[in-house]
Design a protein. Structure first.
Length: 114
């Protein structure tokens, strides 16, 4: 069984920064792609950023240049550094990890508001 625990969400003013973390635990031999998705109220869940086991990254156009995804394979953790946050970044952020199948975190709320 695999568990994902997310942390780091919260309330921040426009232009501020937050760092999300997602740690995987359980019986894990290798982890494939790790990513962050987000879902704003009334909208579909969308990819924000993802990173392969080799370190290749992919970002949504809306977050390029502001968000940075990284991973620590020893700690089995993926991070999302979010800078220059905008009100439209407000959403529930979910981590997704591929370990023989897709596992999702419980979600963490990010609210960008003055």
């Amino acid at each position: 069984q695999v568990q994902l625990v997310e942390s780091g969400g919260g309330l921040v003013q426009p232009g501020g920064s937050l760092r999300l973390s997602c740690a995987a635990s359980g019986t894990i031999f290798s982890i494939g792609v790790m990513g962050w998705y987000r879902q704003a109220p009334g909208k579909q869940r969308e990819l924000a950023a993802e990173i392969t086991s080799g370190g290749n990254t992919n970002y949504a156009d809306s977050v390029k240049g502001r968000f940075t995804i990284s991973r620590d394979n020893v700690k089995k953790t993926v991070y999302l550094q979010m800078n220059s946050l905008k009100t439209e970044d407000t959403a529930v952020y979910y981590c997704r990890v591929i370990i023989r199948g897709a596992y999702w975190g419980q979600g963490t709320q990010v609210t960008v508001s003055s």
